[in-house]
Design a protein around this ligand. Structure first.
Ligand code: BGC
Length: 793
């Protein structure tokens, strides 16, 4: 299903070099104990900026000159500046760098600091090896774009690619040539705070977005001074943390890893991402940072990844609390043997690796390969030729217009209109040209800092335009009645009362409620309640009780469960954390300059009891509601079926859902061929280039039946039955964002071939099987009538 045929070609040279390396490690015994034993799972990666014989030669030459200590130095990474995890350490970095004991630093706060450290590395250390500077650039560096969950909600990879390119330009101007992004963890649990950092619950959409980030960061050439190395993370299963609690254990079968969790990683790596980060969580009984199955068997042996693997923050040292290491030395041995090249912050490699190699507990070839993986990236970035950053490149004044405009466009496309009913037959949105007096209420209405969202790089609140400011610019300050109404966690009766009065005196009310960006969303921000924090729900109820038309804008890093609001508030928009252009983008959408066009990338639960909830689930033998799943499932009154006795199974809003300001009609889906050959498609799976001719083309007519121009994200889903392994009730295999003028119709076509119809079989081979297929072209994951086709042997 999710491997591009174009990536399947095996480059002999990489393969041979890789196999020689494995042979020299003696990797045949216990390291692969978790492997399934079968071979030829996924095709090896074919495109990497690292597979360059000229680089290899230079790595060889340098390796010959390096002492054991200098090699270990390349594998040590430290944080200098504001820490992004516990125990950053207070090492004397200048002396360490001078002795060649540091390979990488991150979290530096200025380009000047980077250049200063770099001078020490290239002038004082014996071999003059440059440092590699990293940073968590997650949705922009200074130009802060919407959070990644929102960027994915645009369903527009070109938006994401350009945002990543701007982030690369700004990061590199600050001396940062390595970004710890994209985060591609598939997440099906909104309790997990880090769901905000990824592309949601779907592996196909996640793969498309992963590729877009990598293209943007790494550009056409890594040597370009405006390009940065990507780091796809967190490998793997971090998004499946039990109970949505951060850093918690995950249990995922190899089949599900291959079907759901691996694909976005493979996509990022096949797009050329030169590095990968291992995750904190335990996966199937073994911490991911010491897991040879994922880090060596899959990543190195099956995919033949030639790049750099860095641990997550102190995750090497954390093997001790996990209980699989008794001390730092044992932790270092387990991590490097499993496949972690660089130790982020824990200092375990720095302290123990040289002794471990001397005593033979870690093999010299494994150490050498780890060092080579680091050096390859440094050479590919051109750091040896040009280690410093021209300090005049950084923008200190106002941000360039083009970047600001892209931030606005990205935000506009990311908003998801969840509900838009209203007074009488007219929906509240879009607002009329002159809506009268507007009450703007809520802790997020005028909070620039929180518009940036969690992980906001070097984003500055002073660059962000709030909703209140943008509304004032639009209609004039005299027409705005602002009341904060509540803090995130608290509110006084007087504050709430003031907000109610502001609403009473207005013609329309816009409420900006939600989470506090970094405290209630992102890392270490798992929530057991997905309501509006503090007294915000009370504020909402009291303001709604005024009877004024209310628009609720939800700012959050996840879906929130708000049964009262969804029943009583007429208009609700998921605004996520929109970035620096929050206000202008929201105002343009509120007034209908542009129609909302974002669609959900996570199922929106009715209640926490439904979590984990995701559209691409397996059926049960006793499904509730329609067994043929041609309609949104409705729960059956029968007892012995798979359902809750006190709630529906379906989410409140399905994956792919989002309203617009117009009405759209989809025709019946058609396919140009009702019988396909599995043999033909399996050939294309193995072929060099993607050949869609062995498949079918699905199409449907989409018509804008309303009177406003809109963008629509048209989605195509399949279900396979009669297969060797059970397949999801629907899975996304393609999508297209189209623009439709009022009254306009477009036929939207999707070529569907082996990529769409393949699955991982019992032996963990990817193949197309004889099966029955249903195909839907639909506006979301729960609507539409499918068309059938058959795949024969
Ligand atoms: C996070 C990573 C991040 C790293 C460095 C960790 O706590 O899990 O995503 O890249 O810190 O800041």
């Amino acid at each position: 299903m999710l491997w591009d045929s174009g990536q399947r070609r095996c480059r002999l040279s990489i393969r041979v070099a890789f196999l020689l390396t494995l042979a020299s490690f003696g990797l045949s015994g216990p390291v692969f104990a978790q492997a399934s034993g079968s071979n030829s799972h996924a095709a090896a990666l074919t495109h990497s900026p690292l597979t360059d014989p000229a680089i290899e030669k230079r790595v060889d030459a340098l390796m010959k000159q390096m002492t054991l200590e200098e090699k270990v130095g390349q594998l040590a990474q430290y944080s200098s500046g504001a820490p992004t995890g516990p125990s950053a350490g207070n090492a004397d970095y200048p002396s360490m760098i001078g002795r060649g004991e540091v390979g990488s630093l991150f979290n530096l706060d200025s380009v000047r600091a980077a250049n200063q450290y770099q001078h020490i590395a290239v002038e004082k250390s014996r071999l003059h090896i440059p440092l590699l500077f990293g940073l968590d650039v997650i949705h922009g560096f200074r130009t802060t774009f919407p959070v990644p969950l929102a960027l994915a909600s645009t369903w527009d990879p070109s938006i994401v690619e350009k945002a990543a390119r701007i982030a690369a330009q700004e990061s590199s101007a600050a001396g940062v040539r390595w970004v710890f992004s994209p985060m591609v963890d598939v997440a099906r649990d909104p309790r997990w705070g880090r769901i905000v950092e990824g592309a949601g619950e779907d592996p196909y959409l996640g793969s498309v977005m992963a590729r877009a980030y990598v293209r943007g960061y790494q550009g056409k050439s890594l040597r370009n001074k405006e390009s940065v190395a990507a780091c796809v993370k967190h490998f793997v299963g971090y998004g499946a943390a039990e109970a949505g609690r951060d850093y918690n254990t995950a249990e995922i079968s190899e089949h599900t890893l291959r079907e759901v969790y691996f694909p976005p990683f493979y996509a990022a790596l096949s797009e050329g991402s030169v590095s990968l980060m291992s995750s904190f969580n335990t996966l199937n009984g073994l911490p991911a940072t010491a897991n040879p199955f994922t880090l060596t068997q899959i990543l190195r042996k099956e995919w033949e990844f030639p790049g750099l693997v860095v641990s997550d923050w102190t995750s090497v040292g954390e093997l001790v609390p996990h209980g699989i290491a008794l001390d730092g030395a044992m932790a270092a041995r387990k991590a490097i043997t499993a496949g972690v090249d660089m130790d982020m912050v824990s200092d375990s490699y720095h302290q123990h690796l040289a002794d471990l190699v001397k005593s033979g507990k870690v093999s010299q070839p494994r150490l050498d390969e780890a060092v080579r993986n680091v050096l390859r990236v440094k050479f590919a970035l051109g750091l040896f030729e040009d280690p410093f950053t021209d300090e005049s490149r950084e923008v200190h004044g106002a941000l360039p217009k083009e970047r600001v405009e892209h931030a606005r466009l990205a935000a506009e496309r990311s908003f998801v209109l969840l509900k838009n009913s209203g007074a009488g037959s007219r929906p509240i949105l879009p607002l009329a040209g002159d809506p009268g007096t507007i009450a703007v209420i809520g802790p997020l209405a005028d909070d620039a800092n929180n518009m940036l969202g969690p992980w906001s790089g070097r984003g500055r609140p002073e660059d962000a335009v709030t909703l209140k400011t943008a509304l004032e610019q639009r209609v004039g300050a005299g027409k705005i009645r602002y009341a904060k109404g509540a803090e995130f966690q608290t509110a006084s009766d007087a504050e709430i009362q003031k907000a109610v009065e502001a609403a009473q005196g207005a013609d329309v009310v816009v409420l900006a409620l939600g989470e506090e960006a970094a405290a209630q969303s992102g890392e270490a921000a798992s929530r057991a309640y997905l309501n509006l924090p503090g007294r915000q729900e009370e504020l909402l109820e009291k303001v709604t009780a005024t009877g004024k038309p209310v628009v609720l804008l939800l700012f959050s890093g996840r879906p929130l469960t708000l049964p009262w609001a969804f029943e009583h508030v007429p208009t609700i928009v998921a605004a996520w954390f929109p970035g620096i252009q929050a206000g202008p983008a929201l105002v343009r959408v509120l007034f209908g300059d542009v129609a909302p066009s974002g669609k959900l990338v996570v199922s929106w639960p009715r209640t926490i009891g439904q979590i984990p909830i995701y559209y691409n689930a397996l059926n049960t033998g006793r499904p509730a509601g329609d067994t043929d799943l041609t309609h949104p499932p409705t729960n059956s009154p029968e007892k012995f079926v798979s359902r809750y006795i006190d709630e529906q199974n379906s989410p409140l809003f399905p994956f792919g859902y989002g309203l617009s300001y117009s009405s759209l009609e989809y025709s019946q889906t058609r396919v140009d061929s009702s019988k396909l050959s599995a043999v033909g498609m399996n050939e294309t799976l193995r072929a060099v280039a993607s050949d869609k001719s062995a498949g079918a083309t699905a199409s449907a007519m989409v018509k804008n039946t309303g009177n406003r121009a809109v963008d629509e994200v048209v989605q195509v889903y399949v279900r396979l039955t009669g297969t060797s392994m059970e397949e999801p009730v629907r899975k996304l295999v393609g999508f297209k964002r189209i623009s439709l003028a009022p009254g306009e119709s477009q036929t939207v076509s999707f070529p569907l071939g082996a990529d769409a119809f393949s699955l991982w079989d019992m032996e963990n081979h990817l193949r197309v099987e004889a099966s029955h297929v249903q195909v839907w072209i639909s506006p979301d994951s729960s609507r539409g009538l499918p068309v059938a086709l058959e795949i024969v042997e």
